[in-house]
Design a protein around this ligand. Structure first.
Ligand code: NAP
Length: 282
């Protein structure tokens, strides 16, 4: 098999879809699988697929990424987010592939008040989503020699997310004004993945848009401004059980590695809305 085959799991989600647009034009050949093709919780299937295709890298975008669903189905959350990552780590290590494991700001709990960098003490998540994703990170770092973990936050793109919720909302939308993080487009995140692919800059990276942080309410206000949508935003208090109230990531590893950080969150959002057919002005 060619040197440049990359296996993307969970390829139909936000990040997988952005990678499918970006990577082919940059010399990579893709093996894209969804849950029907290869369920990452089935260790033997994961191993067989890796043995047959021998990718040089695996980008694990498969996840149970909805925090509320994770609270309702904790066993499924741990199965996909932790054991799925374990299965891919074992398979990647066996075929000598680099595993790029996608992770989240939700691995940090409610304890912080200043931006987290990659060298901050190991986080203590509150939610099932955060705990299961942190367990996945640990399996990857123990079991796969060549690994890169990328944490991001408030990712939007193709699929169900906060931008989609805003665009589909009627006259009124209740929005938490006590959740603080950085909105990040799947496209900007895919660019960071591209810059790390094929490098030997192993380790954990934070990759969020610059220009933040914002409250979710401020994020909604920017969406209102950029789309011109006539909607009444109602500030509410989130209870912090599913999402941390403060989960601001600092891209320190990108900076000290001399790598480009994602663009300003407002510009990335404006670009995305333009692609959706809006005519935003910042
Ligand atoms: N979205 C965010 O705000 C955000 C923020 C930070 C980090 N992340 C992380 O970034 C990564 C990608 O997130 P995303 O937003 O692209 O997620 P997403 O849109 O929910 O996509 C996840 C994909 O994984 C698939 N999947 C679920 N269970 C699977 C299984 N057992 N085997 C194989 N595939 C399975 C899903 O397929 P079905 O739809 O068919 O179930 C879906 O296509 C995840 O690791 C996530 O934790 C996301």
């Amino acid at each position: 098999m060619s040197k440049n085959w990359i296996w993307i799991t969970g390829a139909d989600g936000h990040v997988g879809s952005a990678l499918k647009k970006l990577l082919p034009g940059n010399g990579y050949h893709l093996l894209c699988t969804n849950q029907t093709d290869v369920d990452v919780t089935h260790a033997a299937d994961v191993q067989l697929y890796a043995d047959m295709n021998r990718p040089v890298a695996i980008i694990n975008c498969a996840a149970l990424s909805n925090p509320a669903l994770c609270e309702q189905n904790p066993e499924q959350a741990y199965n996909v987010n932790a054991l799925g990552a374990r299965n891919l780590a074992v398979a990647a290590n066996r075929v000598g592939a680099c595993l790029i494991q996608m992770s989240t700001d939700d691995v940090f709990g409610n304890q912080g008040t200043t931006p987290y960098n990659e060298f901050d003490p190991m986080p203590v998540p509150n939610s099932i989503y955060g705990k299961s994703k942190l367990a996945g990170e640990r399996y990857v770092s123990y079991l796969c020699a060549r690994h890169i973990i990328i944490r991001s936050s408030w990712v939007y793109g193709t699929g169900s997310d906060f931008v989609d919720t805003f665009l589909r909302a009627g006259d009124e939308l209740k929005v938490a004004n006590n959740e603080i993080a950085v909105p990040t487009s799947a496209k900007e995140l895919a660019k960071v993945i591209l810059s790390l692919l094929g490098s030997s800059n192993y380790g954990t990276y934070h990759a969020v848009c610059t220009g933040g942080p914002v409250t979710r309410y401020e994020y909604a206000e920017m969406l209102k401004k950029l789309t011109g949508k006539d909607i009444h935003l109602v500030p509410v208090l989130g209870d912090g059980s599913e999402r941390p109230s403060y989960s601001v990531l600092d891209n320190m590893m990108l900076r000290i590695s001399g790598m480009e950080e994602p663009k300003d969150w407002k510009e990335a959002l404006s670009e995305f809305l333009t692609e959706c057919g809006f005519h935003p002005t910042l």
